[in-house]
Design a protein around this ligand. Structure first.
Ligand code: SAH
Length: 344
C-alpha cells in the first residue's frame, strides 16, 4: 500500500497515468485529501466507483499516532509522534506573532554527532519517509483546527540532518509548498543543515525559493571540529565556498546559526573571526541561546556577552538576530522529549 500523503502532485499524476486515468485525477485527489480532508475513498464522489476500488486496494492515508502532547505556558506545543514501526519522532509548534511555526524532524535520531545536541544522544535509526514528515504537519493542523488555525511556517530543524535525507526532504517541501496541498509559501519554509557542501550546492539548483540556514557555531576549524564532528569531513574551506556557490545559484541570502556557549565560542575574538569568515557570503547571523542538555557540560552564554557579541557583528555590518525562546517549561531542548521516553 502506498501512502498518498507521501506523494508530490507530480508523482501522483504519474501514478494516475500508469492506471490509464486522466492526469487531472491527481488534482482531484489532492483536493479531497488536503482541502476537504476526506480520508475515505468511498466519499470521493467525483471519482468512478471502479477506480475508487483500485484506490482502496493500492493506496492508504495514514498519519502518525499522537503519543505524547505537551503544551507550554506560552502555547508552544511539543509532540512525540509514533510511526507505524513504533519509532518515535519529535515535532514542535511555536507561536510567533507572524504565524504558527512547525519545527519538523527529518530522521529518527541523528548521526552527525554534534557534542552540544540532545538529538545525537540517540543514533540514527532510519530516515523519515515523505509521508511521515507530511504527517507531522497533518497532526499539528488537526490540533490547530479546533481554533481555526493552521501551520503557516515550517522549519526543518527538528531531529536529524535534512541533507542526509535529501530526496525525501525535497519532496516533503514540494508537497507543503503545493497550492493544492498546504500552500505554505517557499519563503515561509527553512531548511537547516550542519553543512554538507555538495548537498548545499544541489539545493541551490532545485529552483525552490526556500530559505537555507547553516549551523555554523564556530568561526574556525579547530573549535568547529570539537563542537561538530561533521567539520572533520567538511571543514570550513569546503563549507564556505559551497555556501557562496549556493547564493549564486539560488540568488538568496543565507542565515548562519550560532549557538552561544559560555566560555567556548562567545568571546569578542570569536566574533571578529566570525565576521572575517562570513563577510564574503553577505549572510545573516542568528545567535541561539543554548538549551542546556544535562548530559554534556556546556553552559548558556551570559546575556551581556550575547549582547556584546551581537553589537560587534552589527557594527561590522552583519545583520544579527537573537533567537526567541519557546516552551521553556516543557522538554524544550532539541531531542530531549524523545531521549527521555526512549530510555524509560
Ligand atoms: N541537523 C540540522 C538540523 C537540526 S538541528 C542542523 O544541524 O542544522 C537544528 C538547530 O538546533 C541547529 O542549529 C542545532 O545546532 C541547534 N541545536 C541543537 N541542540 C541545541 C540546543 N541544545 N540548544 C540550542 N540549539 C540547539
Amino acid at each position: 500500500m502506498i501512502n498518498l500523503y507521501g506523494l508530490t502532485l507530480k508523482k501522483l499524476e504519474e501514478f494516475m497515468l500508469s492506471y490509464n486515468q486522466n492526469k487531472f485525477r491527481a488534482k482531484q485527489l489532492f483536493s479531497w485529501i488536503y482541502e476537504k480532508k476526506v480520508t475515505d475513498f468511498d466519499l470521493m464522489s467525483d471519482i468512478s466507483k471502479s477506480f475508487r476500488e483500485i484506490l482502496k486496494r493500492d493506496f492508504c492515508l495514514e498519519k502518525p499516532k499522537l503519543y505524547i502532547k505537551q503544551v507550554a505556558s506560552d502555547q508552544t506545543i511539543k509532540l512525540l509522534l509514533e510511526m507505524k514501526d513504533g519509532e518515535k519522532v519529535e515535532t514542535v509548534l511555536m507561536r510567533y506573532n507572524y504565524g504558527n511555526v512547525a519545527c519538523v524532524s527529518s530522521q529518527v535520531g541523528c548521526n552527525m554527532g554534534c557534542s552540544f545536541c540532545a538529538s545525537g544522544l540517540l543514533k540514527k535509526q532510519r530516515n523519515l519517509e515523505v509521508s511521515e514528515m507530511v504527517g507531522e504537519i497533518l497532526v499539528l493542523n488537526d490540533l490547530l483546527e479546533e481554533t481555526s488555525q493552521r501551520v503557516t511556517h515550517v522549519v526543518v530543524m527538528g531531529t536529524g540532518e535534512p541533507f542526509d535525507n535529501y530526496n525525501n526532504v525535497i519532496e516533503f517541501i514540494r508537497i507543503i509548498n503545493d497550492q493544492k496541498a498546504f500552500a505554505i509559501g517557499a519563503r515561509h519554509i527553512t531548511v537547516s543543515t550542519c553543512g554538507i557542501p555538495d548537498k548545499i550546492i544541489q539545493y541551490g539548483q532545485e529552483g525552490l525559493q526556500v530559505n537555507l540556514a547553516i549551523s555554523l557555531h564556530a568561526p574556525n576549524n579547530e573549535l568547529r571540529n570539537r563542537l561538530m564532528k561533521v567539520n572533520k569531513a567538511y571543514p570550513l574551506e569546503l563549507l564556505i565556498p559551497a555556501v557562496k556557490k549556493y547564493i549564486e545559484l539560488a540568488n538568496r541570502r543565507v542565515t548562519y546559526e550560532y549557538i552561544m556557549l559560555k566560555g567556548v565560542n562567545d568571546s569578542l575574538e570569536h566574533a571578529k573571526e566570525l565576521v572575517e569568515l562570513i563577510k564574503p557570503t553577505y549572510a545573516y547571523v542568528n545567535l541561539i541561546p543554548y538549551n542546556q542538555v544535562n548530559e554534556n557540560g556546556y553552559k548558556r552564554a551570559d546575556n551581556d556577552q550575547v549582547k556584546a557579541f551581537m553589537d560587534y557583528l552589527m557594527k561590522q555590518g552583519v545583520t544579527t538576530t537573537i533567537r526567541k525562546e519557546f516552551g521553556s517549561d516543557i522538554d524544550a531542548a532539541c531531542g530531549q522529549l524523545r531521549a527521555k521516553h526512549q530510555w524509560r
